[in-house]
Design a protein around this ligand. Structure first.
Ligand SMILES: Nc1ncnc2c1ncn2[C@@H]1O[C@H](COP(=O)(O)OP(=O)(O)OP(=O)(O)O)[C@@H](O)[C@H]1O
Ligand SMILES: [Mg+2]
Length: 533
């Protein structure tokens, strides 16, 4: 090599520098030959894709891609070598990667090309975009929520204004009709008047409902026990809903008092129960539940406008048709109905919404089309003189070093993220699967798994039950914890009892999760002898 004027670093030093860069890079750096076979990988590749270097070298690089890219990849290279048309080289783009466990994730791939010893090579630099996607998704979701909240606020103001004016007009109409009544003596005159009065009465009922939605109705707020109201209303519901609906209740013990208008709580329950009945034309089950909930900042953020703190939850679940995702945001709007003319006015849930908001609470829907729906209402715990306080911090902090690996099977990306974060905080290792098939793949693999934590209802071929069945086949003795947004009794209660399986009800707090894990893992979590951090 000809010497230049300035002293250049030795070849050895240059190689050492390059190796240093490769070893410390956070992105995966992979070199392949012109047949697509892997020549070298850096350590980041191993941690990103879950393969060891020796498993990768000599393999076709397409094993790091999901279908359909996997099958098409050889064609890409051949096409480029033949035509010179660049699709990624020098441009870079977002594609999907596939880990050894079968899970896929978004990546940015840039490729460069070089020649050595008369052969062509390609170097790919792969940057994991998972975190960025999560942030983008969370941002979109919060924008959507904000827009939705603003829309409800605007509709509320408009409705409230109109309803208020109409109420005054109706007052004048009914008042004058009443005065007129005393002056009429002919029967046909009275019949006409009666019709006008009935119409005015209907109008009053309507404006009353609209005022409730717009939070403009006078409310008689008291400190009340939710359980008492539920008990009071269930008898009436049993009689009115009909025999094809089985109603059951599950009332939490020592449920905290809340501050709300008892007659409105009652009518909210009735409204939701009637909706449930309408969604179960061929019959089904309706469950009303109450329980205490403590939301920390993370969990509260999950429910958009909730403040962290103590709440009482009222959940109404049915086994009906479910609510399609595209209308889930709209069901609280006044006059939104899917029912035929004359059967629904679309004001039931609008009233429930207004009342919950006026009580300082929050309402959310959990629904799977074809399976059923749960309406979750949260009311802030009422401040009372006797502060009997359950110490949630004690419950939430692990009292023993927990170890072991949990396979989280959950189709909802946001919920999966939250669960994973929580489990890691407690000290578990976590594997994730976005559906039943991915879970089975992980279970068929060789990674240690101590517990399968699976959602029961998931779209796609395999339900949580199927995952449980396969898990037991593949790994006899494996521990199982189930979770569902539905009332426990609605998800094959008999199977649960027979199998002694536990279902963690969504939404759950960190303390609930920890308690359930301890319960299932039997006080001594983790694999015996496994080394924890
Ligand atoms: N439990 C449920 N299961 C399935 N769909 C539901 C359920 N509850 C509400 N919905 C949907 O939400 C819509 C709005 O409900 P809402 O109670 O506000 O009005 P409605 O029942 O149609 O009429 P109204 O209550 O005024 O008689 C319903 O038309 C229905 O499509
Ligand atoms: Mg209704």
């Amino acid at each position: 090599m000809p010497k230049t004027a300035r002293q250049s670093p030795s070849q050895e030093a240059q190689v050492a520098k390059l190796i240093g860069i490769l070893e410390s890079a956070v992105s995966a750096i992979i070199t392949i030959d012109d047949h697509g076979l892997i020549e070298s990988v850096n350590p980041a590749t191993e941690s990103l894709f879950g393969y060891s270097a020796s498993e990768l070298i000599g393999q076709n690089v397409s094993i790091l891609m999901p279908e359909p890219y996997r099958s098409a990849h050889d064609g890409y290279i051949a096409n480029y070598l033949a035509s010179g048309v660049k699709r990624i080289i020098g441009i870079g783009r977002e594609v999907s990667g596939q880990r050894k466990d079968g899970t896929t994730f978004p990546v940015h791939l840039s490729v460069s090309e070089f020649e050595a010893d008369g052969r062509r090579y390609f170097t790919g630099i792969i940057h994991d975009l998972t975190d960025r996607r999560h942030v983008e998704e969370a941002l979109r979701e919060s924008e959507r929520r904000l827009a939705q909240a603003q829309k409800m606020e605007a509709v509320g103001q408009l409705t409230g204004g109109i309803a208020h004016d109409f109420n005054n007009l109706l007052l004048v109409i009914t008042g004058n009709l009443e005065l007129l009544e005393q002056q009429l003596d002919r029967d046909e005159q009275r019949a006409l008047l009666k019709e006008a009065q009935e119409a005015a009465a209907l109008g009053s009922k309507l404006t009353d409902q609209l005022l409730t939605f717009a939070r403009r109705r006078h409310v008689d707020t008291q400190v009340i026990q939710l359980n008492e109201i539920v008990v009071g209303v269930t008898d009436m519901l049993r009689r009115t809903l009909g025999e094809h609906i089985t109603l059951s209740t599950s009332l939490g013990r020592n449920v905290w008092p809340i501050r709300a208008d008892p007659s409105q709580v009652q009518s909210a329950i009735v409204n939701m129960a009637v909706n449930a009945r309408d969604a179960m034309e061929k019959g089904g089950r309706l469950v009303i539940e109450t329980r205490n909930m403590v939301f920390d900042a993370d969990e509260a953020g999950f429910h958009s406008d909730l403040k962290p703190g103590e709440y009482v939850q009222l959940a109404i679940s049915d086994t009906g048709t479910g609510i399609a995702p595209e209308i889930r945001d709209r069901v609280f709007e006044p006059f939104f109905t899917t029912k035929e003319k004359g059967r629904g006015t679309g004001l039931g849930l609008a009233m429930v919404y207004g009342f919950v908001k006026q009580s300082g609470g929050h309402i959310s829907i959990y629904s799977e089309v074809g399976h059923g729906t749960t309406f979750n209402l949260y009311f802030p715990r009422a401040e009372t003189d006797t502060l009997s306080f359950q110490d949630k911090d004690v419950a939430a902090s692990p009292d023993c070093q927990v170890r072991g690996t949990v396979l989280v099977v959950e189709d909802d990306e946001r919920v999966r993220q939250l669960t994973t974060t929580r489990l890691k905080l407690i000290g578990y290792q976590v594997l994730e699967a976005g559906d039943g098939a991915k879970a089975v793949e992980a279970l068929s693999g060789s990674d240690p798994i101590d517990l399968v934590f699976t959602d029961l209802v998931m779209p796609g071929g395999l339900s949580g039950w199927d995952v449980v069945a396969r898990a037991r086949q593949l790994r006899p003795g494996i521990k199982i914890l189930l979770t569902s947004g539905y009332a426990e009794e609605l998800v094959h209660a008999n199977d649960l009892r027979r199998e002694r399986l536990r279902v963690l009800r969504k939404p759950y707090s960190q303390a609930d999760l920890l308690a359930a894990l301890k319960d299932v893992l039997g006080g001594a979590p983790g694999r015996p002898g496994a080394d924890g951090p």
